[in-house]
Ligand binder design. Sequence first.
Ligand code: SF4
Length: 350
Amino acid sequence: MSYGGMINEVELETQRLYKILGGLTDFKIGAKYDAAFCRAAAPFTLEINKLKKETDAVILAHYYCAPQIVYGVADYKGDSLALARAAAEVKESIIIFCGVFFMAQTAKIINPRKRVFLPPLFAGCSLADSVDAAQAAAMRAKYPRAQFVCYINSTAEVKAACDICVTSANVFDIIAASAARQIVFLPDVYMAADIAREMRRRGIDKEIIPFGGTCCVHDKYNAQDVRDIRAAHPAAAIICHPECAPQVCELCDYCGGTSGMLKFVKSSAARTFAVLSEDGIINCLEYENPDKNFLHYGRTCAQMKRNNLQNILGILKNPAPEAEVQVGSSVADAAKKCIYKMFKAGGADL
Ligand code: SF4
């Protein structure tokens, strides 16, 4: 290709990116992404999109990753459940999972024949990492008759130690339908409180035993934040993720996971929204609702932001076996049972 042709290719890619990213807010600077940003990203997105075809790779990206990944190079984008479903369907031999470690583990468990890579090699999650297999086993010894339910944000080892996995979208129905009265819920302490409240509301007798885990992004919000936003923006709808504390959720107009937020904003008559969640979901809401306004009350998950165009390119150029996500077969088998019980329970189809 001639030098002029290469310039043209970069310019066309810049235009493609700008068409998408130009409508989204770069929360680091509080302004929309500009053409200069897209021009700097274009050589990387071009090379990644070419190399992934040549190497038979597919890119899955969580909404909390940077938009140049989600909208520039990802083949599938979504929340952890949507990406787990996608991981089961992909035909390519390499999965590049832009997210955090437990999500890449889930992809490997669901589709063990694929080579799975996490671009930063390791990116933790405060919630998933708040409980380990030994602590789960200790809880088992203490509550031998309880059913063990884990949030999808848990490591493969913890899933392997539990009976069934849930997401924020199906947790209430799965626990309501459970034959067990005593439920140990790992690891999110706020979701455990929310489940207990919902079971009381439904008139279902359950003892919900919590663990002490929290998401370090969502647990930063408090009830006063919601009152302050309400006072400053009385016309705005305030929405939050269920990983926020229950006293935050109670004061908001809507509390729900990613798919729930997308539906709520789409159907809401409000024009302005304050979203108490990760910045990436606000970009996703901006993308889906260009006619609505989003105030900046989001926070950043630093671990999700460890995925970048440079480390994606690095994996594509050198998908070395030692960089692959591995899950031991006994853990993988037990964790798979836990995940598939959720799919079978009808809470989510795969
Ligand atoms: S936002 Fe919270 S739950 Fe999600 S990956 Fe980051 S730390 Fe984990």
